[in-house]
Design a protein. Structure first.
Length: 306
């Protein structure tokens, strides 16, 4: 049990049937703040670049009319947002902010694979042996615990309750093997099942590499977030420096290029955009611009659904 008495069953972020508005660590935005922030006008340069201009104002008006009658969370109780993309494209930061704006659960599925990769290193489990990794996941279950005070909005914990720190999950050693760990069919089957259980509990924003194509193929909103290699190298460098890890820029660049190759060519769930995903190149955009653009897509999707 957690400090607040909530169960931390494997990969379950909510009690069965519990909505985000019922979570002790949830902080839904008031109606006006929700509409102003979630559907604020996208900068004209971004609208032109991604063709969000048409229908955006109408969609915003529809949301505001609905919100006069119901709170924000009830508006999107069935909302699933899938954000996929290569390493260091900004998925984690963007997905978390989108979830905050919409009052939805956020889950970075990549952290789950990194946690298993870390355990494999600690237990000397052969990362080329999918069956051995699946057994490791079963015998040392990885938990997801909601915590609004955590940097990511949730904590990844070990079976004994200890937390996987960012330094553990983002270490060079873990980064070097996580694609290999994630490529095994046995591993992905276990992770996908867990991720779908989380999504069934309420509105969710998931970030990963196969969310829109495999985990949540029926998601109402699918985003493929990409960026140039130089931009991604700088982002990963900043991330590592925050944890105090040593950084070799040349090696980092090589690792990202190799990670792209592995992710795109693996036989199981390769990294590809979903056919109906909106592709956003974040190389020259701020985080807020990307979040605004995604929220514009959400507004249009919800308007069309109604």
């Amino acid at each position: 049990m957690t400090e607040n008495g909530r169960s931390s069953n494997e990969f379950h972020a909510l009690q069965p049937g519990q909505r985000p508005s019922q979570r002790a660590d949830s902080n839904p935005h008031p109606e006006q703040e929700y509409t102003d922030r979630a559907f604020a006008k996208v900068p004209s340069s971004v609208r032109r670049r991604y063709r969000f201009a048409s229908g955006f104002s109408a969609a915003t008006r529809v949301f505001r009319r609905v919100l006069r009658k119901a709170p924000p969370v009830s508006l999107s109780t069935l909302l699933r947002i899938a954000i996929d993309g290569p390493a260091a494209s900004g998925k984690t930061t963007v997905a978390r902010r989108v979830a905050r704006r919409l009052g939805a659960l956020y889950l970075d599925t990549g952290a789950m694979y990194r946690a298993l990769a870390y355990l494999a290193l600690q237990t000397r489990t052969d990362v080329d042996n999918g069956s051995a990794l699946a057994r490791l996941a079963a015998t040392a279950p990885i938990g997801v615990r909601l915590d609004a005070a955590a940097p990511l909005g949730f904590r990844i914990v070990m079976a004994d309750g200890r937390e996987f720190t960012e330094a553990m999950l983002q270490s060079n050693e873990v980064t070097a093997i996580v694609s290999t760990v994630a490529a095994h069919a046995e591993v992905r089957a276990a992770m996908v099942a867990a991720q779908r259980r989380i999504a069934s509990d309420g509105p969710v924003v998931m970030a990963g590499r196969d969310i829109g194509t495999v985990v949540l193929p029926n998601a109402a909103v699918k985003i493929f977030l990409t960026a140039s290699v130089p931009a991604r190298v700088q982002r990963r460098r900043a991330q590592l420096e925050r944890t105090g890890a040593p950084v070799d820029v040349d090696r980092l660049s090589q690792e990202i290029v190799e990670r792209d190759r592995l992710d795109r060519t693996r036989a199981i769930s390769p990294l590809v955009p979903a056919a109906d995903a909106a592709t956003i190149d974040s190389s020259d955009l701020t985080v807020d611009q990307v979040v605004d653009a995604i929220c514009a897509v959400v507004a249009r999707a919800e308007s069309a659904r109604r």
